[in-house]
Ligand binder design. Sequence first.
Ligand SMILES: C[S@@+](CC[C@H](N)C(=O)[O-])C[C@H]1O[C@@H](n2cnc3c(N)ncnc32)[C@H](O)[C@@H]1O
Length: 398
Amino acid sequence: MSETPRSHGRLTARPTIRPRDLMEGPPPVKGAWTARIVTLFPEAFPGTLGLSLTGRALAEGRWALETVDLRPHGIGRHRMVDDTPAGGGAGMVLRADVVAAALDEAALGTSPDRAHWPLLYLSPRGAPFTQATARRLAATEGVTILCGRFEGVDQRVLDAYAIEEVSLGDFVLTGGEIAAQAMLDATVRLLPGILGNAASTEDESFSAGLLEYPQYTRPPVWQGREIPPVLMSGHHGEIAKWRKAEAERITRERRPDLWEDVVALGPPDKTSAGLIKDLSWESLEATQRLAVERLSDRPSLQPEWLAIETLDKSQFENASRVLAARLQRGDRRCAAILLGWLRDVNWPGGMEAINALERAIGIEPDIRQAQLRAARDKDEIWSEALTDLASARAALAK
Ligand SMILES: C[S@@+](CC[C@H](N)C(=O)[O-])C[C@H]1O[C@@H](n2cnc3c(N)ncnc32)[C@H](O)[C@@H]1O
């Protein structure tokens, strides 16, 4: 085993400092949100994370960045980390034994509970990284990220460590380091106290399911183009109305997929949001763990598994919107299963919240029984339960 992970956070580092110099810093400030990166190229960090807001916060110890070098875990005199693909084919594959040793090093001192400390492998095959993923990560104690290289990583180590695969998008990068920086940038700016103006994360794209409205600044006229007069009016009500209308227009035009959810869901239900707020986070976490445990061995349900993983303290309301979106898209089986599982956990006051959640997402009481059956029973009777659901729906529609 090599030395403990190298820290990139230190109190005296300046944003302009070279990445290599940052690695000489003292251990991260205790309790700060921490990213541990397992990589063949530690010198790629902090990269752009060392600049501007994320860089300043890193230098001030408000978050920490540590790298675990794969190379010292390599085999033999040459510290080989990769080998040819079993079955033939181009390229090389990172060895399971080498990656496992580095992951063990990275696990030192971290919570074994993945809800508190997720373990990610960056891969084009992974679930798409979204703003919800960033919010989930920002609500944890830290994250360990494995950056692949070459043709990727031996599948056995991904299976053995139950690593969550996350993708930056539908394209192939040479390695995971750039993807890790993008994901960390999106996450770190959501940590409390990192951005000066917290409202700026509430207003921006994706926060309310919409893309952001256009922004303008001085001069008032540039090359004959004016700032929309309403923004210069000083009338806050009118400005808010204009921004909302523009956000809706842009979302409708550019992202019909996002717009579909906005139309289907309408504004968030304030009553259920209020009730949900009163739930204790511990009970919510227990539910989350239970649901993830039950879903994680069903690869076909991975999107649903991720949907429930978005249930974090501040985003429960959004999670109900995710459930609602699935319902609206006709994915009633998934929504029923999730709700059934939520019901399985005995929260103090939980039933009331679940009832409110169901009301918010439009599940009629008559259908609930069928949903509970669908949720609790085994695969073979799901079709029967779904038939019940359909007839209950039809009866209600009359
Ligand atoms: C050349 S890629 C391997 C691609 C792999 N053979 C495939 O076809 O899926 C090398 C590494 O880059 C990283 N990578 C590439 N594209 C990525 C993406 N879209 N999102 C996240 N990581 C990516 C992964 O860590 C991957 O192991």
